[in-house]
Design a protein around this ligand. Structure first.
Ligand code: CP
Length: 313
């Protein structure tokens, strides 16, 4: 079944990614129509299972509202029942497949999502964040860049911080859309060569991804500056070492001043104010973090429509 999984941005063709963003923009424009929106009953009869091993506000609630606004149902089995040690993941997946059309799963290793995929033939599976990738976030980020810049292709985004799941998915999407990416990370925290190679394979419109160790060099001439937490979920025992390693990688007003005059600030949230970003930047007029948060809803609606209605992927 084409488009059965969205474990990675790389599961989409570049054309499907563009379709998804265009559809999300349309859904955003039509949202005020409520029950009169053309898509208000589009997913009637479909159920979405939300399986979350880690905390979430934006992804989880975004999917709940998305599914309901498209006329579908949502079920949230407790994570201890669905993702714990009570039974093999494959048995959970095979059971859910009999009831639900799609599962959005937030867990630790990406390999756990592959267990879901291999155990089922019909269930659509969405990566709601793993240690390795966060593709749903990348959709919202690209829609936000498009809204701010009028286009994504040819623009330049500087990501300052950990070469983590958010950075990986953002790099995939940026390359596919022709968005240049500059990644500034301390030594030992950059994206792997394998991740960069995979991203470069899908690059279009001459997009380039370049790694830096100097945030100032990375943000010079950038249209947007992006930060994420220094310690992601599941890395809490490493927080002290990370805090030390990332000194100098905080996005401050002084760092923003090195980017283009109209450069805007992005963050996937939740943010640690005073750590990876200065309070004045996060709350300042150039911050688009709540546009990104809002766009999680519109892009997740578009993704569900495409996966369940077979549009574009
Ligand atoms: N950015 C993001 O994924 O937010 P949540 O962890 O709240 O879902």
């Amino acid at each position: 079944m084409p488009g059965r999984t969205f474990l990675s941005v790389l599961d989409l063709s570049p054309e499907a990614l563009e379709t998804c963003l265009g559809l999300a923009a349309r859904l955003k424009r039509e949202r005020h129509l409520g029950a009169d929106a053309p898509t208000a009953r589009a997913l009637a009869g479909h159920s979405l299972a939300l399986l979350f091993d880690k905390p979430s506000l934006r992804t989880r609630t975004g999917f709940e509202i998305a599914m309901r606004e498209l006329g579908g149902h949502v079920t949230c089995p407790p994570s201890a029942d669905a993702l714990g040690t009570r039974e093999p993941l494959a048995d959970v997946a095979r059971t859910l497949e009999r009831w639900a059309s799609v599962a959005a799963v937030r867990t630790f290793e990406q390999a756990r999502l592959h267990e879901f995929v291999e155990a089922t033939t019909r269930l659509r599976i969405v990566n709601a964040l793993t240690n390795e990738e966060h593709p749903c976030q990348a959709l919202a980020d690209c829609l936000t860049v498009h809204e701010r810049c009028g286009a994504v292709t040819g623009r330049t985004l500087a990501y300052v911080g950990d070469g983590n799941n958010v950075a990986t998915s953002l790099t995939h999407a940026a390359m596919m859309l022709g968005l240049n990416l500059r990644l500034a990370s301390p030594e030992g925290f950059a994206l792997s060569d394998a991740t960069l190679a995979a991203a470069r394979q899908v690059a279009r419109h001459g997009a380039e991804v370049v790694q830096y160790q100097d945030p100032v060099e990375a943000v010079r001439g950038a249209d947007a500056v992006y930060a994420d937490v220094w310690t992601s979920m599941g890395q809490e025992t490493d927080a002290t070492r990370r805090r030390a390693a990332f000194q100098g990688f905080r996005v401050t007003r002084a760092l923003m001043a090195k980017a283009n005059d109209d450069a805007f600030f992005m963050h996937c949230l939740p943010a640690h104010r005073g750590e990876e970003v200065e309070e004045e930047v996060l709350e300042g007029p150039r911050s688009v973090v709540f546009d990104q948060a809002e766009n999680r809803l519109h892009t997740q609606k578009a993704l569900l429509l495409m996966m369940l209605e077979g549009v574009g992927i």
